[in-house]
Ligand binder design. Structure first.
Ligand SMILES: Cc1ncc(COP(=O)(O)O)c(C=O)c1O
Length: 447
């Protein structure tokens, strides 16, 4: 939002929860567990109450306390075009007039499916099924992989987060990591028995697990660039090695690109790294801010889905016309404008500025970044997996988070999350963030 668009009441800078947000949190806690509809939104790990959001535009969110904050959460990934992009809003408004849900096949779904398949390498010449959330996408892709292979076991990485399906909540990242939950209550031990764990970025460990269960592994699911232990890129040869191993052993390789899809490149991490999985899970950006996700890939696997094949998966609101309109508009803009070089340059400028700020303050700090995903870890040395990420100084992170919020910058309230830059983050906005970071790092160092 440019200054001229910023209402006078919204020129305050301190974004910590003010009177109105605290009042709303008090009311929310009476009717919503923890006051939030998703645990990551609570400020438990960093202390205090979260500011409530009234509206969002471009690179900013406007809080209920009347503060315009520079936003690097981007609704946890979807807002690659910035908030409330006019073309997307127009498409949604147009679609709304024709009905909110059909629960029946519609032309928009065909166009959308064709567009998604054309953009993502593993879906080219293949098929896609729309669902409503990333959780549904990963859960369904794994059911499909099991149905296709006739095997039961799956391998996931320590600290990888793939949504909240029972059998995937084992050593999960994101909110589960933030809250220090190794698993979760409510999941029977039997349900997670078939979920095997490997440390991230360790091909030999995955090979050893596969050797132990030579005929039983249906799928390996992985975030090709991890976002849910903070941003952790793949080490050289890791994705290629997984591709080779799974191809040899008849294991379905699933890239969970819920976060990276359409963000790191038009075709996601698989385009960027040149490794094509068998199935891909998509979410976040695909819905342009509306609840929409998808999974897709090789035709021979996808044709195992009902009604063509024996693997059942369904959804009343799947392919919802409003979500499809928002998603189509968003993907068409990304295809037309291909903003990836700009996103990369802006995020590099930001990450470099934050590192310089940490150095100037004498703080140990490691910056990970791929394209417009970034995380700064409060520790020295490489962060290649969840164990490394957990070695960060969480007290310093907490002070950093609060200091940035005080200075008008909204970051995810956890060390174990990625930050996101959007096309609405101009050079001026990035530079303002870096200026805030200099002050904030000095405040962190002061203790
Ligand atoms: C990589 C990844 N997979 C799956 C999910 C689950 O998506 P959703 O929250 O839409 O269910 C997330 C959510 O953050 C994610 O980051």
């Amino acid at each position: 939002m440019s200054t001229s668009e910023t209402p006078a009441a919204e020129i305050k800078v301190d974004g910590r929860a003010g009177e109105r947000s605290r009042e709303l949190m008090g009311a929310a806690q009476q009717v919503i567990p923890g006051g939030v509809n998703s645990p990551v939104r609570a400020f438990g790990p960093v202390g205090g109450d979260p500011p409530f959001v009234r509206k969002a535009k471009g690179a900013h969110i406007i809080t209920e306390d009347g503060v315009a904050l520079i936003d690097y959460v981007g609704t946890w990934g979807p807002a690659i075009l910035g908030h409330a992009n006019e073309e997307v809003i127009d498409a949604v408004q147009k679609a709304v007039r024709d009905g909110l849900s059909f629960g029946a096949a519609s032309a928009g779904e065909v166009d959308f499916a064709e567009l998604v398949c054309s953009m993502v390498p593993s879906l080219q010449g293949g098929m896609v099924r729309m669902v409503n959330s990333g959780t549904e996408a990963t859960m369904s892709a794994l059911r499909l992989a099991r149905g296709y292979t006739g095997r039961d076991k799956i391998i996931k990485m320590d600290g990888g987060y793939h949504g909240h399906a029972d059998f995937l909540l084992v050593a999960a990242g994101s909110g589960a990591a933030t809250l220090g939950l190794p698993g979760t209550a409510g999941v029977p031990a039997d349900v997670v028995k078939q979920t095997l764990l490997a440390p991230h970025n360790d091909l030999d460990a995955v090979k050893a697990i596969v050797e132990q269960h030579p005929d039983d592994v249906a799928a390996i699911i992985i975030e090709p660039v991890c976002g849910n232990m903070g941003c952790v890129p793949p080490v050289e040869g890791y994705l290629e090695g997984l591709r080779e191993l799974t191809a040899q052993k008849g294991i379905v390789l699933i890239f969970d690109e819920v976060m990276t899809g359409f963000r790191l490149a038009k075709g996601g991490a698989q385009e960027l790294f040149g490794v094509t999985p068998d199935l891909t899970c998509l979410g976040k950006i695909i819905g342009g801010g509306m609840p929409c996700a998808a999974y897709g890939g090789k035709r021979e696997i996808m044709e195992k889905l009902a009604p063509v094949g024996p693997v059942y998966q369904a959804g009343t609101l799947s392919g919802n016309p409003i979500a499809v309109a928002a998603g189509t508009a968003t993907l068409k803009i990304l295809e037309r404008d291909s903003p990836y070089a700009q996103l990369d340059a802006m995020t590099e400028r930001l990450a470099k500025g934050i590192v310089e700020a940490a150095d100037a303050a004498g703080l140990p700090f490691t910056s990970n970044r791929v394209g417009s995903m970034f995380t700064g870890f409060f520790r020295s040395g490489e962060v290649r997996n969840y164990a490394d990420a957990k070695g960060s100084d969480l007290d310093q992170f907490t002070r950093w988070h609060t200091a940035m919020l005080e200075r008008g910058v909204y970051l995810a309230p956890s060390q174990f999350e990625a930050g996101f830059v959007s096309v609405a983050h101009t050079e001026d906005i990035i530079d303002a963030t870096v200026a805030a970071a200099k002050d904030a790092m000095a405040a962190v160092a002061a203790g």
